[in-house]
Design a protein around this ligand. Sequence first.
Ligand SMILES: [Mg+2]
Ligand SMILES: [Zn+2]
Length: 196
Amino acid sequence: MPEHVDDGRTSPPVRYRAVFADRDGTLNPDFHYLSDPERYEFLPGVIEGIRLLRRHGFRVICVTNQSGVGRGFFSEARLREIHARIDERLAKAGAPLDAFYYCPHRPEEGCACRKPGTQLFERARAEHSLDLAGSAIIGDRSMDMEVGSRLGLLSVLVPERGVEAEIERELGAHGVHPDLRAGSFLGAVHLLLGRG
Ligand SMILES: [Mg+2]
Ligand SMILES: [Zn+2]
């Protein structure tokens, strides 16, 4: 009897934990249809937060609704240019994102990829071997929290300064309850890491 018998089973595939980050109002101030890559800026603490997440082994993936494309405010090529610029700046800072996923459609198109639709997250799961049960979402709006609860992600709300009341109304209207709340992206990261 050989010591190791190959019974044809393979070991379970590696699955990575991810933090999904919303873009506008979460990584950057909500510019409302930013079309100029030169004007892009990160919110304070975001770069450090991404760096920390990566150091702790999380994949960091941005999922964003960009209806400005569907509304004709800017082209998909321009959007990709903005994302390339963000990538470049984060990579230089030692805090690269693993991927961007975006929905370019208008809300009334009824697509499956616009948050709170789950399609982009399912794609990310398949393309990056993610363990969604061990993953989280950080976002500033009700739709981010809603998709988080649909997928069983731990959801952390970081409401943008000055629109907290509007966001609370949104959450109430949709019956959505974030798992955690933080005052900043970095605060959200500390909360997540503190939970182990
Ligand atoms: Mg947002
Ligand atoms: Zn879409």
